[in-house]
Design a protein. Structure first.
Length: 293
C-alpha cells in the first residue's frame, strides 16, 4: 500500500499495473526486449501490484518451457505480480477453439508452473477477482470449481466494490451480443457469469486478448482493454473502437470506491507488428483465421 505522497489520514490508493499479452518465450524471444523495457519502467513506477491478464507466453498451451521462461521473466521484475492464463498459455475455450482447446493436461501444466489460474485480493474498498476465462463453457471439472469460487467471491464482498480481471473482454459493446466468437467471452458463459454477479456486478472489468487499447463505460461497468506489451495486430484484426498499440493501464483503486485509470506507453518500447515475426505464429497471410489474439 502506498499513500502517494499525501499526509497520513488522506485517501489511500492501491495501484495496479495491468499488463497483458506479453507473449514470452526463451525459444522465440521476439518480445522479451519490450517486456524488459516495460519492467524497467515498472520498477520506477513501483505499483502495488502487476497483473498480467494472459497470453503470458508464446505457446505455453503446448510448451512447458515457454511457461517457465515467462514465469522466470516475471519473477525477474522484482515486483509483486500475479497472473491469469490466456489462450496461448492454457488452450482456448472449447466452444470456439480453432486449435489447442483447453484440456486437463494443458490446465495441469499451467497450474504446475504458475500455481493458480484464479485468485482474489482484497484491498481497501475493493475486491480484485481474477478468473480463468478459458474455462468458460468447459466440460472440465475445474470449470465447476471456478463457478463456486466466483460465487464465494461475490458472497464475500462485504460492501467492497468488485474489479474483475480476465483474459477476454466480456463483449465488444453490448452484453446481449449473441454471436459466439473467440474474441470475447461467448454469449452463454457471459450470461451465466453476469447472473453469478447479480446485483454485485464488477464496476471495473480488465481484459487483454485483443491487443487493442480501449476504455469504455457500458451500463454500470467500466471496461479496460489493455494492449499487449508485445506486439500489435493491425493486419490481422480490425480494431473494435480502440487503438492498435502497445502499453499498459495503470489503475488506482481508492479506499472510498473511486478509481482512476490511465494508459501508459513507456519510453523506448517498440510498437511491433506481429506480421514482421513469422517465427512466432507463422505467416499471418496464410493463417490469418487460425491465430488467436
Ligand atoms: Fe489471447
Ligand atoms: Fe495475445
Amino acid at each position: 500500500m502506498r499513500a502517494r505522497g499525501v499526509p497520513a489520514g488522506a485517501a489511500m490508493s492501491f495501484v495496479v499495473a495491468h499488463i497483458t499479452d506479453t507473449h514470452l518465450s526463451a525459444e522465440k524471444p521476439y518480445f522479451v526486449a519490450n517486456f524488459e523495457r516495460f519492467g524497467a519502467h515498472l520498477r520506477r513506477a513501483a505499483p502495488d501490484l502487476v497483473v498480467n491478464t494472459g497470453d503470458i507466453s508464446v505457446n505455453g498451451a503446448d510448451s512447458r518451457d515457454d511457461l517457465v521462461a515467462a514465469r522466470d521473466l516475471h519473477d525477474a521484475l522484482g515486483l509483486n505480480w500475479r497472473a491469469i492464463p490466456g489462450n496461448h498459455d492454457i488452450g482456448d475455450n472449447q466452444e470456439t477453439a480453432k486449435k489447442q482447446p483447453i484440456d486437463a493436461e494443458r490446465h495441469a501444466r499451467y497450474l504446475d508452473v504458475f500455481g493458480e489460474d484464479r485468485w482474489v485480493i482484497d484491498v481497501p474498498g475493493w475486491r480484485l477477482l481474477a478468473v480463468n476465462a478459458l474455462l468458460f463453457g468447459s466440460d472440465l471439472a475445474q470449470a465447476v470449481d471456478q463457478e463456486a469460487f466466483i460465487a464465494d467471491a461475490v458472497a464475500g464482498l462485504d460492501g467492497r466494490s468488485l474489479a474483475l480481471f480476465l483474459h477476454k473482454p466480456l463483449f465488444f459493446a453490448d452484453p446481449g451480443e449473441a454471436d459466439p466468437t473467440h474474441l470475447t467471452v461467448s454469449p452463454g458463459p457471459r450470461q451465466r457469469l453476469l447472473d453469478a454477479f447479480g446485483a454485485a456486478r464488477p464496476r471495473v472489468v480488465c481484459s487483454g486478448h485483443l491487443h487493442e487499447y480501449r476504455e469504455s463505460l457500458i451500463g454500470d461497468m467500466h471496461h479496460v482493454w489493455a494492449p499487449g506489451t508485445s506486439f500489435t495486430v493491425p493486419g490481422l484484426l480490425p480494431t473494435h473502437g480502440g487503438e492498435h498499440t502497445v502499453g499498459y493501464v495503470e489503475i488506482a483503486f481508492e479506499a472510498d470506491g473511486r478509481f482512476e485509470s490511465r494508459f501508459v506507453r513507456p519510453d523506448g518500447v517498440d510498437i511491433l507488428d506481429l506480421a514482421d515475426f513469422p517465427g512466432a505464429y507463422g505467416d499471418l497471410r496464410r493463417i490469418k483465421t487460425a491465430i488467436a489474439e
